[in-house]
Design a protein around this ligand. Sequence first.
Ligand code: ATP
Ligand code: MG
Length: 571
Amino acid sequence: MAANDEPRPLHFIRQIVADDLASGKHGGRVVTRFPPEPNGYLHIGHAKSICLNFGLARENRGGVCHLRMDDTNPSKEEQEYVDAIIRDVRWLGFDWGDKLFYASDYFDRIYEYALDLIKKGKAYVCDLTADEVRDHRGTLTEPGKGSPHRNRSIAENLDLFTRMAAGEFPDGSRTLRARIDMASPNINMRDPVMYRILRAAHHRTGDKWCVYPMYDYAHCVSDAIEGITHSICTLEFENHRPLYDWFLDALETPHHPQQIEFARLNVTHTVMSKRKLLKLVKEGLVRGWDDPRMPTIAGLRRRGFTPESIRDFCERVGVGKNESLVDIALLEHCLREDLNKRAPRVMAVLKPLRVVIENYPEGMVEEMDAVNNPEDSSAGTRKVPFSRVLYIERDDFMEDPPRKFFRLAPGREVRLRYAYFVTCTSAVKDPATGEVVELRCTYDPATRGGGAPDGRNVKATLHWVSAAHARDAEVRLYDHLLSAEDPDDAGEGDAFMSAINPGSLQALAGCKVEPGLAAAAPGAFFQFERLGYFCADSEDFRPDALVFNRTVGLRDTWARAQGRKEPQARG
Ligand code: ATP
Ligand code: MG
């Protein structure tokens, strides 16, 4: 039963959970988990899994979702990543109560379970090297060959395994393997390695262990220990499910979670693998994991995305069994829909052109009433200072305008938003370069507020700021991190590196913004009228050094494309 009334599309996992609740399977409980490996920052793909797992717990009465750090590989894991994961899941709006776990907390029990398997004759110590294990494994068409150590006695296996854990053997010299079936058509079942010897300090258990369990073994046991009911993972684990079930059946664990696979999220113009994202960070191609161009949760947050928009996106992409590539324009569309409702409107000029209103009294300042958010009347109005010298957007003036350019040009009248009609009388040029450096205008005092009493109209309304009052700002414009729509097409290699968009960051200095923006809180979002949605950079913004990120432009390429076709997901 849904815990609240938000309409949610039914997908196959919601259906499975609903059926299991109805039939009383798993004792009528829903216990899910989100199990990140702390070897990198979370990305938008993880957000899909987070929304799914925490969502199922939230939607179902009594549902619980655990946050479990899957920290069984000490060589790549760090506390920084643990902290980032916790921050990001919480920021997305989810709460695990006291259910924060670490797979490493179970190392003793996972080890005990391994001893159990040995005692049942279902695991053995193997002395083959990693290369030999691979050679013995066989192929999709040929069965594997049994290890010469496959038939060691239980006593010898117990002795060797405890000595492995006690540090008597060098790294990589022996493994503990499950004794399953070297002829299985599923290669995962051909006596997979359960434990390896590895002398590496673990971020939580330090040097206590020199044997570490492999993912397939540790993961199902961790799920069982926690009493997970529905263990949801991505499709690449489908072929591992028989192994998941084999371990839990062999161990006769009190709980046997049900593994369910769904298609991972892929998004155009970006990559979604932590290894690849780490490479971008390490090679300095981005400023860090939270670079606003990164598809990480930290990057999206810094870029100005809201948790609401990311959750909405994850709901809209749906949960299915077919891999698809989702247009990044859909993510931006979800953000625009959210910000359109909530972002305060302000005026900012990115490429300023000076305008002098020649008939406006020197020294006079008027406070113009500006609407904070036309979508939300409760947002009220604010005062914006107007004076004789202003800045407008350089692109809003053309000396010799083509037919469809309706903005400012010599002799033409336009509206300055919330202020007056102004007419351009002349353009002042730099004698050396010929560049227009200033416009001379007149204003019509009868049009205060932006309407003419005689009913005459103008074809354009421009944004502006008062030169004497405006604050300087740096504005960072972002574009796709990768030029190629599907940079992962080339597979697991590093081909994506050649697709990096050299124009993905453009920093504009000397932008001019409304004075009130100096008081913005880092992270605060705005609509810069006519330009897009922007946010105060959470790291670099200071009251005396204003830095804004363009989160997303106003033009909705996704909504436009919707009119023609359905680009939401392509198989
Ligand atoms: P990566 O490929 O980025 O390294 P991973 O699967 O190794 O990802 P984990 O930390 O193991 O990273 O992922 C935690 C959970 O998030 C897993 O259950 C995984 O299936 C899920 N997940 C990871 N990437 C995606 C994705 N692109 N779409 C949906 N779920 C994902
Ligand atoms: Mg993984």
